[in-house]
Design a protein around this ligand. Sequence first.
Ligand code: EPU
Length: 337
Amino acid sequence: MKIQENVSLKAYNTFGIEATAPYFVEVHSTEELQQILQQWEGGQPFILGGGSNILLAGELCGLVIKNSIKEKAITSREGNKAWVSAGGGENWHEFVCWCLEHELGGVENLSLIPGTAGAAPIQNIGAYGRELSEVFHMLEAVELETGALHSFGKEACRFGYRDSIFKRELKGRYCITRVSLELRTAHHHLNTSYGAIRQTLAERGISAPTIHDVSRAVVAIRSGKLPNPSVLGNSGSFFKNPELPRRQFEELQQQHKDMPFYPLDNGCIKVPAGWLVEQTGWKGRRIGDAGCYEKQALVLVNHGQASGRDIYELAQRIQDDVEEKFGIRLEMEVNVI
Ligand code: EPU
């Protein structure tokens, strides 16, 4: 464990953006992390997970710590339930596969999401009708200022749609070292309500799906729609789907009868940002090497040599055009550094 100087982060962010960390260190345990925090005196470090939800658009100063804390364990079992834990630096999809190998259900819809287990609670990852918060038990995190280890239960994390306390009040203040989930060992609660999952299972002639079938369907859907970051740099959905008050939605719907929408429990209506962006004509277009993906307008991509600034400027142009056409300012889902 040695602090290195002037390290390129190109391989550490899925956008494949060139950026330099003045100081860089990789930690493999909570103790190593605490040691580094004790010896480092140059201000609050920046924690890097899988680099799959960040856009490196500005200058990094100080220390970048790559969280490579790994461990996977079944910590207890009771009835049809099992509690599992993953080190913050575990690759999320490998962890999902490991759960499936152990016949543990609850995360199958979250297959193939890029990133690490430690980053998963920060934005409360979600896909195809499931969110991390539904299986979340607790997490442990080290406070960067003091080096103290704290536990956070589900309430304390204040999960929301692609949101948690770690994106708000506690942004940048903790490194998540361990995540614990409550999964099922039998009588799985499958969620196959999402149209694309139902369709894929039907095409495959599967009427009584297992957790493995659902995972395989999700992998197939994601691979068909979302670009593989190792082939085309991206960080998944760049914007959040906006949630509109009913009045605003109804006014918009009068002008755009074909706008897809999803009513929410809180009375608001969610509309797909991908659709809004597509209507502005940005889908498949690019400015230099910064582009809007041709198969899913919500995903911005780096065609090769785009800088973080290039992607950010494209995102702003898209935000402006969506706002002009629909009166909605899209919120970026990706963390802009
Ligand atoms: N749509 C378009 N044009 C597009 C893209 C989407 O018209 O270019 C419309 C279609 O009507 C489609 C609807 O938007 O039916 C929804 O699209 P999709 O099923 O692809 O889902 P999404 O709302 O665009 C969200 C998540 C994804 C997640 C999928 C599946 C957000 C910000 N994104 O996308 O999450 O995989 O649902 O659950 O909530 C991520 O967060 O990085 C991510 C990939």
